[in-house]
Design a protein around this ligand. Structure first.
Ligand code: PLP
Length: 420
């Protein structure tokens, strides 16, 4: 495991056969890498052929306690021996405890709706915002929702429309109506010019993830809060990627000293299980009454038992301390590598949500660097064509991160060599 040397990564016969089948059977909307991941422990994963990789992507910010965390395994084991599914026609214990924990720790929420994914949490928030306005007598034309250029909020029809990146809309028109886009994230004047009495909600990510790891500038969310208050709109903070410890506090909005009306969560919430949630503050907590919304699997007892263990553990001070320390270490190492290779225009982010944007001369090469990284035994992500994205487990050890960085240094060396 501790060998930083470049890997050869030959595919075994079984891997090759499975990959061929996967390519044949799946709807071709993804492009999975040429390997079959088999198991993981901590921040290391292994493929079927025994190659190891330092996981600096956590399954896109999901496995925030790495792989096979003993507390999550215990929670899964205990609940799986009790009851698996009941539907929301009945109460079970784990989602009640999880709701109570999220309400307590969020400091603002009064109620919680559980679902299975980020897209579904944002769908719930869109419906809630529209109904909130409808209940106040607003006509459909007066229920506009505003999101920001570069945002990402999901792939369902409503959430992809909310996602203010035209490339995700192409071919899926007609898009649902009532969504407006502010073309300048972090520009106070631009959003101020758009918000009016026909606005029912503003959706914002505290750190835009898919859009390139772009943090909201200090004071921006507070400005949005004031604008929403002025017109009676809801401030909806999408913490699906940035939440649950990723940026160094359990909720990213805590660092912006702002009180949201709604927060959406998924990804790290379930520690690897598909769990989404919408947290609702007092103002809108009674909007979705019986029959207005639902989800068969939402609040599934097995999933929420694991989520409760994940949230409880991630909220501990030692994990948050690790996020701060390892975030610093990762940033410093990337800056240091940049003095050697000069590939990055900027290294930015918060906590362990870090993006390295490529200089103009290497624009569009993030995917190539990500693929080269895999071949060198380190898994990194991209955020658009120009940003290499790092989302390691929040409990990554010093040894694991050092190994990942040693391998990433080799990646940049190999990449630079191939370009000259
Ligand atoms: C900020 C944000 N919102 C929403 C989503 C959609 O979540 P899901 O893929 O679970 O539907 C994502 C996924 O990347 C995200 O990063």
């Amino acid at each position: 495991m501790s060998d930083p040397a470049p890997k050869t990564h030959n595919l075994g016969a079984l891997s090759a056969e499975l990959i061929a089948k996967g390519r044949q059977y799946y709807v071709p909307n993804y492009k999975p890498r040429e390997m079959i991941l088999d198991h993981g422990k901590g921040s290391i994963v292994w493929d079927l052929d025994g190659n190891d990789y330092v996981d600096l992507g956590s399954g896109i910010a999901v496995c925030s306690l790495g792989h096979q965390d003993p507390d999550l395994l215990a929670a899964l084991d205990t609940q799986s021996r009790k009851i698996w599914h009941t539907s929301n026609i009945f109460f079970t214990e784990p989602p009640i405890h999880l709701a109570e924990t999220l309400i307590e720790k969020s400091g603002f929420a009064k109620r919680v709706f559980f679902c299975n994914s980020g897209g579904e949490a944002n769908e719930a928030a869109i419906k809630l915002a529209r109904k909130f306005a409808a209940d106040k007598g607003k006509t459909p034309e007066q229920r506009n929702i505003i999101s920001f250029n570069g945002s990402f909020h999901g792939r369902t029809m409503a959430t992809v429309t909310l996602t203010a990146q035209p490339k995700y809309h192409v071919g899926f028109e007609p898009m649902p109506g009532g969504f407006l886009y502010c073309d300048a994230f972090n520009d106070e004047a631009a959003i101020e010019a758009m918000v009016d009495e026909n606005t029912c909600a503003i959706f914002v990510e505290p750190v835009q993830g898919e859009g390139g790891v772009v943090p909201a500038k200090p004071g921006f969310l507070k400005h949005l809060r004031a604008l929403c208050d002025k017109v009676g709109a809801l401030l909806i903070i999408d913490e699906i990627q940035a939440g649950i410890g990723r940026t160094g506090s359990l909720f990213a909005f805590e660092q912006d000293e702002v009180v949201p009306d709604v927060v959406t969560l998924a990804k790290a919430l379930g520690g690897g299980m598909p769990v989404g949630a919408m947290l609702v503050g007092e103002k809108a907590s009674e909007v979705l009454q019986v029959g207005t919304h639902g989800s068969t699997f939402g609040g599934n007892p097995v999933m929420t038992a694991v989520a409760l263990a994940a949230v409880t553990k991630i909220a501990q001070p030692e994990i948050m301390k690790n996020v701060a320390e390892k975030g610093e270490k990762l940033r410093a190492a990337l800056e240091m590598l940049n003095t050697q290779f000069g590939l990055f225009k900027e290294v930015r982010g918060r906590g362990l949500m870090i993006g390295a944007e490529l200089v103009e001369a290497h624009a569009g090469k993030a995917a190539e660097i990500s693929e080269l990284s895999r071949k060198h035994g380190v898994l990194v992500l991209v955020a658009g064509p120009n940003v290499v994205r790092f989302l390691p487990p929040l409990n990554i050890t010093d040894a694991e991160l050092s190994l990942g960085l040693e391998r990433f240094a080799m990646v940049l060396s190999a990449y630079s060599g191939s370009q000259s």
